[in-house]
Design a protein around this ligand. Structure first.
Ligand code: SAH
Ligand code: SF4
Ligand code: F3S
Length: 473
């Protein structure tokens, strides 16, 4: 048995969290003496919801240390980029933005620049930052975010540069303060890391091994959120379907959903991401039976070709995937399925790509996130021959988008005239209220801003391919 499967070794020890809380106090005292008013911290998170959730904890700690969060980069006393490594483009943006901080730092020597997140967990990146961006004060990896107070205290009090990216299997840090971005939608991590090693993916290298949070802690946090008036709770994990395997709490993901569904209150539960290889009929039956679980399933398929799926190390077939979808639609006829797909995996042929197109035609997704393969250093796929040009892959990409666009248009058109329960979220660019159906489709309608944060029955009056227009009933 590996060390992570023992309960104790997964959580950051309470003494360590206590030590960090003491550092928070030290930073607070230090900044109070150094700054006339509260110093300003600009935090920007890239990447997935898991990273956004980490960002909310980093922000929570900064607030606890006396910083005021700001959305203005200009004039910030501290800049923290919480980065993503999933594709090259994500990393390029970070390098561009970090480079642009150099002149700010020259103008304000006391400004602190901190970089963390998945991109920083890679040694070659930390090395590049050290060499080419020496004005960065602190670089820390994904397994030590709870140590932000200690890092900040060290750099503020001693002016020392810090590069810390321990290459371990990862931890779970409970009891950190959290600054939630919304007062009615909350992220609730249920597990961290990934053991799947899909051949193209960097996540298992930068996020460590799969580790599940104690169900009691999850339920306690969910109860608190509901008591605070949260209306939507999204459970997060790279592969929520393997929740509860490591450590074994005697509670699988279906059981966790049932227990959360039993919490009293008017709220909905979402979750992501599901891996088809671990998606069971039990989970689909549980979704169907739990009234608070949104009838939306994000189930990435990545490719419609069995040869490519095998090369991707996905461990399911096209047939198995479609069988799962058929079962899901049979127990939840109103289900909305979304997916992720990669175009131009190394060695993929046009005929194999066409199998992806036909799967999309059969699956009838509500929407899809489509990515062109991006080579990630250290992954198995980065060493595979990749003869198809970027230009050719671009054409395939467009062909797939056109296919999905037609399907989405038919799907949303079939919703016109029906009424859906919608969580009202924000004001759209056009001045309408914007919300989402349980199926995660955006719907806009005229209403007063006072509806934001509440559920409303909205009748669909018009479909615009990806989004809907409607009116409150
Ligand atoms: N854990 C999730 C995916 C997380 S990453 C799952 O297994 O489904 C989100 C998406 O990014 C993936 O589903 C995949 O479609 C895409 N992705 C990951 N690595 C990629 C790469 N190297 N190039 C292009 N897209 C990639
Ligand atoms: Fe990446 Fe695969 Fe893990 Fe998803 S399941 S995070 S794609 S390795
Ligand atoms: Fe990016 Fe890390 Fe998420 S690589 S997608 S931020 S787990």
């Amino acid at each position: 048995m590996s060390a992570v499967s023992e309960k104790k070794s997964v959580s950051v020890p309470a003494e360590e969290i206590q030590k960090q809380k003491e550092y928070m106090q030290l930073v607070r005292t230090l900044v109070e003496s150094r700054f006339a008013a509260s110093p300003k911290a600009y935090v920007h998170t890239y990447g997935c919801q898991g990273n956004v959730s980490d960002g909310e904890r980093l922000e929570g700690m900064l607030e606890e240390m006396g910083y005021e969060l700001t959305s203005e980069l200009c004039g910030a006393d501290l800049v923290l980029y919480n980065t993503c490594a999933i594709r090259e483009h994500a990393e390029d943006r970070v390098f561009g933005n970090v480079g642009a901080l150099k002149s700010m730092k020259t103008a304000n020597r006391d400004m602190k620049i901190l970089l963390c997140g998945c991109m920083m967990q890679q040694e070659h990146i930390a090395h590049k930052i050290k060499k080419s961006y020496p004005f960065v004060d602190v670089v820390f990896g994904t397994h030590v975010i709870h140590k932000l107070p200690e890092f900040l205290y060290t750099t503020l009090s001693k002016g020392k540069k810090i590069y810390e990216l321990p290459n371990d299997e990862g931890v779970i840090s409970e009891e950190l303060p959290v600054h939630r971005d919304s007062s009615f939608k909350a992220w609730l991590p249920v597990m961290y890391g990934c053991n799947n090693f899909c051949s193209y993916c960097i996540v298992p290298y930068v996020r460590g091994r799969e580790r599940s949070r104690d169900p009691e802690k999850i339920i306690e946090e969910a109860k608190q959120l509901v008591a605070q008036g949260y209306k939507e709770i999204t459970l997060l994990g790279q592969n929520v379907n393997s929740y509860g395997k490591n450590p074994d709490y005697g509670c699988n993901f279906s059981e966790l959903l049932r227990r959360l569904n039993a919490i009293e209150g008017d709220f909905i539960i979402r979750f992501m991401t599901s891996h088809p290889k671990d998606c069971t009929y039990e989970l689909l039956d549980t979704m169907a039976a739990c009234d608070k679980v949104a009838k939306h399933l994000h189930l990435p398929f990545q490719s419609g070709s069995n040869r490519v799926l095998d090369a991707m190390n996905r461990r399911y077939t096209r047939e198995k995937y479609l069988e799962l979808l058929n079962y899901a639609y049979s127990v939840m006829p109103e289900l909305s399925v979304t997916s992720d797909v990669i175009v131009g995996f190394p060695g993929e042929t046009y005929d194999e790509f066409r199998e992806t197109v036909t799967l999309v035609e059969e699956a009838e997704f509500t929407s899809m996130y489509t990515f062109i393969f991006s080579s990630r250093e250290g992954t198995v796929a980065s060493k595979m021959p990749d003869p198809v040009s970027r230009e050719e892959k671009g054409k395939w990409f467009k062909e797939l988008l056109d296919t999905q666009e037609k399907i989405a248009a038919v799907r949303t058109a079939s919703m016109v005239g029906k009424t859906y329960r919608v969580l009202c979220e924000s004001v759209s660019k056009g001045g309408l209220i914007e919300g989402r159906t349980q199926g995660n489709i955006i719907i806009e309608f005229p209403a007063d801003t006072s509806v934001i944060g509440s559920f409303r029955e909205v009748k669909v009056t018009e479909s615009l391919t990806w989004i809907l227009r409607g009116e409150i009933q």
